[in-house]
Design a binder for this molecule. Structure first.
Ligand code: BGC
Length: 610
């Protein structure tokens, strides 16, 4: 039992469970957020590269006149990679990320969050090398993307886990939103790099955009060498000394600080509580445990998995990636636009510039508010785009003003996404899982993001395309995205609880006690330290009653039982992270529930001793 390993005082006072936020805490999380660059950049560069004349000539054998900017001997409309190649090269990344995200959780529990991210960076670099090494070998290029995807899967899962576990509760949402900000910056950077190399008549056209990514791996990988491991990971492993050290580091407090002791005691107590509730079984059993519990109980594992996966699925089904993946071709189809690439660049810029608003909004307005009203905003904007698209904005109507209006609405739609569903999807999956299944839960949810990302990447071109076998929906596709946003809104309303301002441990309690719709008003009443002490006391009282009933004598029995706990803690006292030496167990000593203090022996005091 972990609590028996922690012979120091824990808080019953709710205000003392976390140290004040320091600049250092901000900086550490802000740095970890750089992981978002991989995500954004890697999704951003492929589209541009697939449209590059040099890349197309390399894989198709067509010729291209770089001075006149025209293909030779082939109609420009047909100058391009076959759809199957495009689809394979685009979606194989999501395939790698899907599997990477799924296994990353296990690895992060086994070797730690920090090391898993560093390994993710290395795998990613291997994937980049393979892509750069390929000249016109589709297999090598595709294999390289699969491997790079694996690395991105590791990073995209474990960064969320790491950031949520080290960020102070009051700014956790804002700091995880910084991850989303880095995704958007990654997409923008990819667009800029691809824009600057697209006309090159050599392998630099595609090798430079791929090679730039080494920089992100180098920055994140080396930075994480310096940063500490997540204290919650150490607690999971029973390494309390290390947990205390890294908690002190990330909070910028001395290790002896009361804040550090109290916060650590609460993390330990929560972990122990969760371990009591979640049955510990085999490896397979522990995977199955992620799907355990009743659908009616808000805090059951299955409900949390539905929450995490649902959020990621509905985030993708808002249709945002249709704009970022296929915006350029879609804008081309609208007819009156002369520079679709420029419009695409504007959409990515709107995405980047809007996201920082969420840093504040996610903490002030809360997760639920953003998800519900963000979806509403997207429903309205996407329906307007669709309605204008089938009336005044039709190609044969040739009305530039109507098309400009549609583009404005698409930008406002991006604004709604970037300030709400974009960041909040990540914030919530970092917060909603209990420690024993947190890494897997985040992994499964992230894999779900990549799964739907992949589906959209494969399906959307056929939905809007005008070639044979395509649905040729054109702007009508926004009716579909708008309608899907209605489901996103309902999902948020019925299933997403409000988690702002709570510690990860308090979130557990809140999900146990109230439904998502009532969660906003929920206030923490107790700490896990106090709760565990209360449970132990209750257990002892029951045992005492049983023994009393059996023997009908009280003398000596109570003190004998208490002595059991005392002795257990004394034996474990050797690994007290603060070097207190053997101290008293839960029921023993001056801080316990002794009769000598004149209290009800089983009533929880303000400070609980572990
Ligand atoms: C989504 C990505 C999307 C990006 C756009 C992220 O939250 O998961 O799929 O491309 O936002 O900013």
């Amino acid at each position: 039992m972990v609590s028996a390993l922690l012979p120091f005082e824990g808080p019953a006072d709710l205000s003392r469970i976390e140290a004040p936020v320091t600049l250092k805490a901000y900086l550490i999380c802000a740095f970890a957020a750089c992981g978002g660059l991989f995500f954004g950049y890697d999704t951003g560069w492929i589209n541009g590269v697939l449209g590059m004349p040099y890349f197309i000539t390399l894989y198709t054998g067509y010729s291209y006149d770089y001075d006149r900017k025209q293909p030779i001997g082939i109609d420009p409309v047909n100058f391009g990679l076959p759809s199957s190649t495009k689809s394979l090269m685009t979606s194989i990344l999501s395939c790698g990320t899907f599997f990477g995200a799924l296994i990353a959780g296990d690895i992060a529990d086994f070797i730690g969050r920090r090391l898993t991210i560093i390994i993710g960076c290395l795998i990613f670099c291997v994937g980049c090398v393979l892509q750069i090494a390929s000249t016109n070998q589709t297999v090598l290029f595709v294999f390289g993307r699969l491997i790079a995807g694996l690395g991105v899967g590791f990073i995209s899962t474990v960064i969320i886990l790491y950031m949520s576990e080290i960020a102070p509760r009051k700014v956790r949402g804002a700091l995880v939103s910084a991850y989303q900000f880095c995704i958007t910056v990654g997409i923008l950077l990819a667009n800029c790099v691809v824009y600057s190399t697209q006309d090159r008549n050599d392998t630099g056209s595609y090798r430079i955009p791929i090679g730039v990514q080494f920089l992100w791996a180098l920055i994140l990988g080396t930075g994480l060498f310096i940063l500490p491991e997540s204290p919650r990971y150490h607690v999971m492993k029973g390494q309390l000394q290390s947990a205390a050290k890294s908690l002190a580091y990330v909070r910028g407090q001395p290790i002896e600080s009361e804040y550090i002791k109290d916060e650590l005691a609460e993390i330990v107590a929560n972990h122990e509580y969760e371990m009591q509730v979640v049955p510990q079984t085999s490896y397979i059993g522990s995977w199955v445990a992620c799907f355990h519990g009743s659908l009616r109980k808000g805090n059951s594992n299955i409900r949390r998995i539905i929450l995490g996966c649902g959020l990621q699925m509905w985030q993708q089904l808002t249709g945002i990636n249709f704009i970022f993946y296929f915006g350029t071709t879609f804008f081309q189809q609208l007819g009156t636009i002369s520079n679709p690439f420029f419009i695409s660049l504007i959409t990515t810029l709107v995405n980047v510039l809007s996201t920082p608003i969420s840093f504040v909004a996610v903490e002030y307005l809360g997760r639920r508010f953003l998800l519900i009203y963000g979806a509403m905003g997207m429903i309205i904007m996407q329906y307007i785009v669709a309605i204008v698209g089938v009336t005044a904005g039709r190609i044969d109507a040739n009305d530039p003003a109507a098309v400009r209006g549609m583009i404005a609405c698409i930008c406002i739609n991006i604004f709604f996404f970037a300030t709400t569903w974009g960041p909040t999807g990540w914030v919530v999956i970092g917060e909603c899982f209990p420690l024993p299944i947190r890494s897997r839960g985040v992994g499964i949810s992230t894999a779900c993001n990549w799964f739907w990302n992949c589906i959209i990447a494969v399906v959307a071109p056929y939905m809007v395309g005008n070639s044979k076998g395509s649905a040729n929906l054109g702007p009508r596709i926004f009716f579909i995205w708008g309608s899907l946003c209605i489901f996103s809104m309902l999902f948020a309303y019925f299933l997403v609880p409000e988690m702002k301002g709570l510690t990860l441990e308090q979130i557990d309690k809140m999900m146990e006690e109230v439904s998502p719709r009532k969660s906003k008003k929920w206030m923490p009443k107790t700490t896990y330290v106090a709760e565990l002490a209360r449970r132990d006391a209750e257990k002892s009282r029951q045992q005492w009653r049983d023994v009393h009933a059996a023997t009908n004598t009280t003398g000596g029995l109570e003190s004998g039982m208490m002595g059991g706990g005392y002795q257990e803690a004394n034996e474990m006292g050797a690994i007290d992270p603060y070097g207190h030496g053997p101290t008293h167990g839960v029921h023993g000593g001056s801080g316990g529930y002794g009769n000598s203090m004149g209290r009800d022996p089983y009533e929880s005091p303000n400070t609980v001793r572990y």
